[in-house]
Design a binder for this molecule. Sequence first.
Ligand SMILES: [Zn+2]
Length: 120
Amino acid sequence: MNTERYKHRLLELERDLAARTRSETALGREQTADSARDSGDAGTADEAASEDFTEAELDSTVLKQVREALTRIDEGTFGQCVVDGEPIEEKRLDAAPWSPYCLKHQTELDARTGRKLPTM
Ligand SMILES: [Zn+2]
């Protein structure tokens, strides 16, 4: 498998997500600190802060998977399901090159956790 194009995309994603995760987390903290000082508007500020944290959490989840995928490229196991070693469908890798699971195990995981990562 030619992993070069995936590696290129993953490195770009890693850089973008790392930058976004940092700024979103900082923004969340700032708004929480503001709401502590000014209790009049606390409800709105708390809501905004928690939304930012959720987005940052999601980004950091994908970021972790991106970094693991880069490790798998170095180890030569990229494109194989981490559960059963089956090849991951190429169109899934094109859509989400960080995906560690084949379609079967991704579907099982989604069913178990009841949530889906975006762009999967
Ligand atoms: Zn699998």
